[in-house]
Design a binder for this molecule. Structure first.
Ligand code: SF4
Ligand code: SF4
Length: 356
């Protein structure tokens, strides 16, 4: 049984309180043990797309880096470039976006490195024995780091129902081509009766796969690579995907990517999940979103499966309902957790240690 530490939060707690809780969890869990002198220590985070306000606030994690640096290792903040069209599709724009949100050496005392390089070509193949995949592509600067700390903002998600630690590792350690492989089964379909021909999906499609014919958006499936951007973009709910054919293999491949990313880091990785400003959609969405429930707290664990299972259990308990399934009734988020457990990535059985 894995241990998960939980530090509850009051609604809209100050950055000082949150950063104290983060360091309290780091100390209680003994996370310093994964870092060693002179080693590279990747800290995976999502910097938040332009206009996003729900992402992890850099002020919350500044004291965390002060603690990590006591081990005389070389920590750096990192993420990889995105499939979708936005501010994080190449390393230059991505770094500028990180700086605009306050993730910079001046504020945090650590550099930011986009782990898959300028055009997302800096990666290696890692062999695994998955149901779908026998090898996965992992960004080199994460692969070459000896330790990995994963900071995840918990949100709902248009294709997977939930994004937390497993998804953050799976998508977040993969180059664009690895993200594309995970999305390969996503087949968006336009419901003609709902389409208003507004053209918004066309603006956001990174593959120019959508055109309007006869007053209805049409998707060229030969060009589409399943990023899901059009589904998230359409305000009229005119684009859907089939859960069975798309979300199940997507979530299972995510778990397999997480397995590859963590393969050589046994005893050298740890996870913090932030149940703060939880939103319907993820931090890749280019807008400020309202929270869907009160802030709950922060979780810490060495086990990505246990921390995500504890996350959904706490969310259900504190919200009084399965809020993620209500937000995304067509997407059963539990697939990613169950498949990760079946691969041996961790355990869904956990002991919750509740802190002040
Ligand atoms: S965004 Fe939605 S309503 Fe607008 S063209 Fe695309 S599918 Fe139709
Ligand atoms: S059609 Fe939709 S899912 Fe396909 S590439 Fe374009 S935005 Fe992404």
């Amino acid at each position: 049984m894995s241990k998960v530490w939980f530090s509850p939060l009051e609604e809209n707690a100050s950055p000082d309180i949150i950063s104290q809780k983060v360091v309290g969890l780091y100390n209680a869990a003994g996370f310093e043990r994964i870092f060693d002198k002179d080693e590279f220590a990747a800290v995976k985070i999502h910097f938040g797309e332009k206009n996003n306000t729900g992402h992890i606030n850099p002020q919350w994690i500044k004291p965390l880096f002060d603690a990590v640096k006591e081990k005389k290792c070389k920590p750096f903040l990192t993420d990889t470039n995105t499939l979708y069209r936005g501010e994080r599709q190449n390393s230059i724009n991505h770094l500028m976006q990180a700086y605009r949100h306050g993730f910079c050496v001046e504020n945090l005392g650590v550099p930011v490195i986009i782990a898959d390089g300028l055009l997302s070509k800096n990666y290696s193949e890692v062999s695994i024995d998955g149901k779908h995949l026998k090898s996965v592509k992992i960004a080199n600067d994460i692969l070459h780091s000896q330790s990995l700390m994963v900071l995840s903002h918990v949100t709902g998600h248009v294709l997977t129902g939930m994004g937390a630690a497993i998804k953050n590792v799976a998508m977040g350690c993969a180059p664009r081509s690895g993200k594309q492989i995970q999305h390969a089964d996503v087949r968006p379909e336009v419901r003609a009766e709902k389409c208003r021909a507004c053209g918004l999906c066309i603006q956001w499609c990174p593959r120019d796969a959508i055109q309007i014919y006869d007053g209805v958006a049409r998707i060229d499936i030969g060009k589409c690579y399943g990023c899901g951007e059009c589904i998230a973009t359409c305000r009229h709910h005119a684009i859907k995907h089939s859960f069975k054919d798309t979300s199940v293999p997507l979530q299972e491949k995510m778990a397999e990517y997480a397995l590859g990313a963590l393969k050589d880091k046994k005893g050298k990785c740890c996870f913090l999940n932030f149940l703060t400003h939880i939103t319907k959609e993820c931090d890749c969405v280019d807008k400020a979103q309202d929270k869907v429930t009160k802030d709950i707290g922060i979780l810490a664990s060495y086990d990505p499966v246990a921390i995500d299972k504890a996350t959904v259990d706490l969310l259900r308990e504190k919200a009084g309902k399965d809020i993620l399934r209500r937000l995304w009734p067509e997407n059963d988020y539990s697939i990613q957790i169950k498949h990760a457990e079946s691969l041996g990535l961790g355990s869904g059985n956990y002991e919750l240690v509740i802190m002040d």
